[in-house]
Design a protein around this ligand. Sequence first.
Ligand code: SAM
Length: 216
Amino acid sequence: MFVDSYRHKGMRKALVRQLREKGIRDENVLRAIENIPRHYFFEKAFLEHAYQDKAFPIGEGQTISQPYTVAYQTELLELKPTDKVLEIGTGSGYQCCVLLEITPNVYTIEYNQALYNKVLKAFADLGKKPFVFCGDGSEGMPAYAPYDKIIVTAGAPTVPRALLTQLKPGGILVIPVGNSNSQKMLRIRKISETDFTKEELEDFKFVPLLGKSGWQ
Ligand code: SAM
């Protein structure tokens, strides 16, 4: 049975203190990290690792992102409670649950069938209700576009043009772009259908974005 004890809650408070020290300022993001039981997304044997600020394997060669990375990407999105968000790379479902703490309107897509099957159960157990899909998200999800915000949680070789198209004017895309060793976090704002601004931020190391507009 899933237990969220005082000890777990205490470890989350300590994690939030660390994230503040590392520069995360958005109170909605910090509150979301404090609310979501990250240990739920870990195998029993690894529970002790859940509140370290580290990425961790979730099977299928994939990882649950480091809490700092989750907080950093979420903060960059400047999320509002009315935003419609697309997440590419559902993985464990942790990042998605953090997004859901701020807006109920989250679409998420996972490429790996086994992880998709697992995450459906995780969302059901936690009572979370994102719109979840299995497939190649490297070209977004045109069927439900446009989105206010798009977050990519795997490293892309380039910015997929389709993601820019699926953003609303005024919208934000947060995506790590680079080679297999290191990616630069980009925040791209869509000013109008033809105008964009791009900020190049910190370096990260993500698992690769696969698929048509990802790594082949
Ligand atoms: N957001 C996740 C979490 O909170 O656990 C972290 C996910 S992990 C760093 C990246 C995920 O992206 C992996 O689960 C991987 O299978 C998925 N992925 C890779 N390429 C993809 C694609 N083209 N479409 C959708 N998901 C993809």
